[in-house]
Design a protein around this ligand. Structure first.
Ligand code: MN3
Length: 270
């Protein structure tokens, strides 16, 4: 496994900051995010997989840590095979584009229309896949510690969820509904919209609410919680029972992280 020297929080902090600002400002702010640390590689043949600039960070917990809610085999395949493939294919897509290799991941996926047309779709799918999974791992933790599973403790996040949805229970119902109604593969999200309000949205495939021009403007915002509802995320353990996976997943949600995401996203809207 290739280890990324970037930490998860720095990816995500930068992501939150960048969403709100204009594209030009995003470009200017791009120096501290998920960066291409590598030097411009010599142009590799498109058939080989370049080693960078993007890398797969290790999971922030042991792969068996989310048992029994998410099984170790699923975690190992999901992270080591699926996520790794997104990273490899993203590197491959930009292998012949030295300038793009210096950009942050948020910069690449935030406005895909800036990309050469022939790599737009591969970057959308694989850059989205890399961002979404890096984010997803950070939102979970081994159950049993304060802030993991259950409901968020009293915090600006909990108060805003209560204010926006009526209760945490009602929020969870709305979120699970978005996860269940996503036909085929995709994600359910809790986002902070540009005006600072919470919303539950869903995207197809590896799209996410940061992608302007791809995701309808009404569904755009800074993700603070996201759930992968691709079958690869649950099929080994839950087979066709997506609802059981969604129900079990709440037991490993890291509310401490979601609360941090919320506060940073709100700060970025001001
Ligand atoms: Mn996945």
């Amino acid at each position: 496994m290739v280890v990324n020297s970037n930490t998860l929080p720095s990816h995500m902090n930068t992501t939150r900051r960048q969403f709100i600002v204009t594209t030009a400002a995003v470009a200017a702010a791009a120096t501290t995010a998920v960066r291409s640390g590598a030097q411009t590689p010599t142009a590799a043949p498109a058939t080989t997989t370049p080693a960078g600039p993007f890398t797969l960070a290790p999971l922030p917990y042991a792969p068996e840590g989310l048992e029994p809610h998410i099984d170790v085999l699923t975690m190992n395949i999901h992270h080591g095979k699926h996520h790794k493939a997104y990273v490899d294919n993203l590197n491959k897509a930009i292998a012949l584009h030295a300038a793009l290799q210096k950009k942050t991941l948020e910069n690449l996926i935030g406005d895909l229309n800036f990309l050469p047309e022939d790599i737009r779709k591969p970057v959308q799918n694989n850059g989205g896949g890399h961002w979404n999974h890096t984010f997803f791992w950070s939102l979970m933790a081994a159950p049993g510690k304060p802030g993991i599973g259950g409901e968020p403790s009293d915090s600006p996040l909990a108060r805003e969820i209560n204010g926006s949805f009526g209760s945490v229970e009602k929020f969870k119902t709305a979120f699970a509904d978005a996860a269940m109604k996503r036909f085929g593969s995709g994600w359910a999200w809790l986002i902070v919209k540009a005006e600072g309000k919470l919303a539950v949205v869903s995207t197809a495939n590896q799209d996410n609410p940061l992608m302007q021009g791809i995701v309808p403007n009404g569904d755009r915002g800074v993700p603070i919680l996201g759930l992968d509802v691709w079958e690869h995320a649950y099929y080994l353990h839950y087979q066709n029972k997506r609802a059981d996976y969604v129900t079990a997943w709440w037991n490993v949600v890291n509310w401490n992280e979601v609360a941090k995401n919320y506060e940073a996203a709100v700060k970025a809207t001001k």
